[in-house]
Design a protein around this ligand. Structure first.
Ligand SMILES: Nc1ncnc2c1ncn2[C@@H]1O[C@H](COP(=O)(O)OP(=O)(O)O)[C@@H](O)[C@H]1O
Ligand code: SF4
Ligand SMILES: [Mg+2]
Length: 349
């Protein structure tokens, strides 16, 4: 019997289809990612946003093939430049990692080893995928990359250890390491969360500049909509392991359709308004991914659940296209959502 390879959906550079990543734990099955789909083109940036525990990191680890463990079950399809990765040989995915796709993390020390110099680690990352390169060439490349990400005196700093760098400089060094092989997909998971506001802005500017220069596809993961406001072309909002809204960034900020997105927008810090005029941040706590609430997972926290005649707690809303390229999963009618947004939400944003 032959197993037919799944047909490639469309022609997007990265096409994720119905991605499911569940973990079998002693407490039960954790549905960390439960049916997420999106497309991303080269040269574009997708922001994935949601509160802590919504499945953002597991989504990105899944794309990178780093979720693998005996207790992980993965389903769906991940197409990277025409190649399907979920069913692919793990060795093949390992080769693509670092070369075609790379990742930066909130804490550079998860990616960098404390006992090796920054340069040695960038050189190693380069030589894994360029075995023909001499040490001298690889070192030159490492210095070039450190220079490119804004490390002063890169020919000297290349021999420093990670702890000799400040937090922001370490983040730059990790970006240099991620980009040393010129990957066409870069995933940045909360890249600025640990940094102070000024350094945060510098790192976001750097990612934007590098993307322009390298033309890669970028996914930025954050719990803070403010981080992706100026950076992302498209935004995907995750709640309880699922996508509740996605669409062009401008539309999501100007005309968001999902009550959870309203809550996220309402809790974005704004300096130009007194605190008491702000919307209350999303009340309650994120759901357990072992016992995901029935129907719409957001219903225990949603102020509008009662308006749907019981459907919110019994029936899972499907993602439906509200405008071209803009999708939301909510039982409220379009007219109701527009009325609530115009009357109650927009005046407070
Ligand atoms: N290896 C694992 N085994 C079991 N549960 C996991 C594992 N990795 C992540 N999870 C769970 O999956 C959920 C989503 O996690 P994560 O993707 O890290 O959230 P986010 O990045 O949005 O904060 C969390 O409830 C987390 O505890
Ligand atoms: S489906 Fe119901 S609970 Fe879910 S967001 Fe819409 S109104 Fe709220
Ligand atoms: Mg995370």
């Amino acid at each position: 019997m032959t197993i037919e390879a799944p047909a490639r959906p469309g022609s997007a550079f990265l096409a994720v289809r119905d991605l499911r990543i569940h973990f079998d734990t002693d407490d039960g099955l954790v549905k960390s990612v439960d049916g997420v789909s999106f497309d991303l083109e080269r040269g574009r940036t997708l922001g994935i946003v949601g509160e802590s525990g919504s499945g953002k990191s597991v989504t990105s680890l899944g794309i990178m093939g780093l979720h693998r463990s005996k207790r992980a079950r993965i389903g769906g399809e991940i197409w990277l430049d025409g190649e399907e990765l979920v069913a692919a040989d793990p060795d093949r995915v390992r080769r693509l990692r670092g070369h075609s796709m790379a990742m930066i993390f909130q804490d550079p020390l998860t990616a960098m080893h404390p006992y090796y110099t920054v340069g040695a680690q960038i050189i190693e990352a380069y030589r894994v995928h360029h075995p023909q390169a001499s040490k001298k060439e690889a070192r030159k490349r490492a210095i070039e990359m450190l220079d490119r990400v804004g490390i002063p005196q890169p020919d000297r700093r290349v021999d420093d250890y990670p702890h000799q760098f400040s937090g922001g400089m370490r983040q730059r060094a990790m970006i240099a390491m991620a980009l040393v092989n010129d990957p066409s997909l870069l995933i940045a998971d909360e890249p600025t969360t640990a940094l102070d506001v000024t350094v945060q802005a510098q790192i976001l500017d750097l990612i934007r500049d590098l993307q322009k220069e390298f033309g890669s596809a970028v996914i930025i993961i954050t719990h803070d909509l403010g981080v992706v406001a100026e950076l992302a072309d498209d935004i995907l909002v995750m709640y309880g392991g699922r996508c509740v809204e996605r669409g062009p960034a401008a539309t999501l900020f100007d005309a968001p359709e999902h009550p959870y997105t309203w809550g996220l927008l309402g809790s974005m810090p704004r300096l130009d308004r007194p605190l008491q005029e702000r919307l209350i941040p999303v009340r309650g706590t994120p759901p357990s991914l072992i016992n995901v609430p029935s129907g719409c997972a957001f219903h225990p926290r949603c102020p509008y659940a009662e308006l749907t005649g019981g459907r919110s707690s019994t029936e899972r809303p499907a993602l439906a296209e509200t405008d071209p390229g803009h999708f939301a999963a909510c039982h409220l009618s379009t007219a109701e959502r527009h009325r609530i947004f115009t009357d109650e939400i927009a005046p407070k944003l």
